[in-house]
Design a protein around this ligand. Structure first.
Ligand code: COA
Length: 196
């Protein structure tokens, strides 16, 4: 299915020279217009390693910087899956550093008549910029991308403390999350009685 692109984002000269993760036309022009004049919004670029991407991610979780070579390779891997990985960043025009980021990953299903689900991941706003509605703007932009792609729902995992933030973004609580870490010891399943 071809995505229906929202209004094209007006690109600056600097942005046109960047190698971007996805077509910036996915980002509605309204998302840029709603930002303060000191900020800009765009897709992740292959060179964002040097714009504080890992400082930003470390607000969220353990995110030790990888080498520029590994960063470039990972970026290429994501870029090689068209219409799947959409990472959006907000950049300070003054410092050229990332101040907020977030991703939506589009999963194709066989269920729901070969429907699509958007998974929101890695939302982070730098500490000094929190409370300026950047988190909300990132989520709104990702939701717009999910809609343009034709997702029938968007889901995410979060800790309890962030539930009010996501509720303000229009999400509601549903189901539970389960996890199994590969480093965890194997489960010793006792034999079932019929096999004894
Ligand atoms: C959670 C986070 C993304 C919010 O971003 P932000 O830009 O500071 O939030 P916004 O300014 O867009 O907030 C939007 C609304 O949510 C509210 N809000 C934000 N974080 C909240 C929280 N933890 N608890 C309650 N309300 C919260 C704001 O008060 C605001 O409400 P209002 O519209 O009534 O004024 C940001 O604080 C952050 O990066 N935290 C660390 C990383 C993290 O936990 N990421 C989420 C992983 S699931």
């Amino acid at each position: 299915m071809q995505p229906s692109l929202p209004h094209a984002l007006e690109m600056t000269q600097d942005q046109r020279e960047l190698d971007l993760l996805f077509d910036p036309s996915f980002i509605p022009e309204s998302a840029r217009q709603q930002l303060d004049a000191d900020l800009t919004i765009r897709p992740l670029a292959s060179t964002d390693h040097s714009r504080g991407h890992f400082d930003l991610l470390s607000i969220l979780t353990i995110a030790p910087p990888v080498s520029p070579i590994v960063y470039a390779k990972t970026f290429r891997n994501l870029q090689s899956c068209p219409n799947t990985y959409f990472t959006v960043v907000i950049v300070s025009k003054q410092t050229d550093q990332l101040v907020a980021c977030g991703s939506i990953i589009v999963e194709r299903k066989f269920t729901r008549a070969a429907g699509m689900i958007g998974h929101i991941e890695d939302i982070a706003v730098s500490k000094s910029m929190q409370g300026r509605k950047l988190g909300l703007k990132i989520i709104n932009t990702l939701e717009g991308i999910g809609r343009a792609m034709g997702c029938y729902k968007i889901i995410l995992d979060c800790n309890k403390e962030n539930i009010p933030f996501y509720e303000k973004c229009g999400f509601k609580h549903k189901e539970y999350q389960m996890v199994r870490y590969m480093e965890d010891p194997p489960v010793d399943h006792p034999p079932t009685p019929s096999k004894l």
